[in-house]
Design a protein around this ligand. Structure first.
Ligand SMILES: [Ca+2]
Ligand SMILES: [Ca+2]
Length: 177
């Protein structure tokens, strides 16, 4: 890749499921739905509730960053600047919460770590198209112990939010989440 878009641009295009050039509340809800369905999580379980609420809240935070709401539609440039702005505020803590909710959903057996198998499941759940699962896993597994901990997951995600490097560990994964 010679002219890679920034991390946030990649995330935008992944979120924009119907490719109309905007992300909406429905796009965020769909993303939560894909993960809940793929892992067979009970819709009324805390895992499902926290994940759905987290995605909903993320979208509200993005909307709140915008000068005008345009009927709840967020364009690519607005999305990118909103994510950068949010990562620098107290709301970053809320975004970390969403990230932790994703982690909990993917930790299917609730043992507190994501295995390679659980990770592969997560990537296919969100339709990450051409991702090298092993390379992405190894990039997130910073201490190379064969598991991704919640701290490793959140750390990679934080790097991703503030990074323009499309090849960063987080970018390989979170562009699809
Ligand atoms: Ca696990
Ligand atoms: Ca690890």
């Amino acid at each position: 890749m010679t002219s890679s878009p920034s991390s946030a641009e990649q995330a935008f295009h992944h979120l924009d499921g119907d490719r109309d050039g905007y992300v909406t509340r429905q796009d965020f809800e769909r993303m939560a739905r894909m993960i809940i369905d793929a892992f067979g999580i009970d819709d009324s379980s805390p895992k499902a509730v926290v994940l759905r609420e987290g995605y909903r809240r993320t979208f509200e935070l993005v909307l709140a960053e915008m000068a005008t709401h345009r009927g709840g539609r967020v364009g690519p440039d607005e999305f990118t600047s909103a994510m950068v702005a949010l990562s620098e505020k107290e709301s970053a803590a809320e975004l970390r919460g969403v990230c932790a909710a994703e982690f909990a959903a993917a930790d299917q057996d609730d043992d507190g770590v994501i295995t390679r198998t659980e990770f592969a499941h997560l990537l296919s759940a969100v339709g990450q198209p051409s991702c090298d699962v092993d390379a992405a896993f190894d990039a997130l597994d910073r201490d190379r112990d064969g598991w991704i901990t919640r701290a490793e997951y959140v750390a990679a995600w934080e790097d991703y939010l503030v990074s323009d490097n499309p090849d960063s560990a987080g970018a390989r994964v979170f562009a699809g989440l």
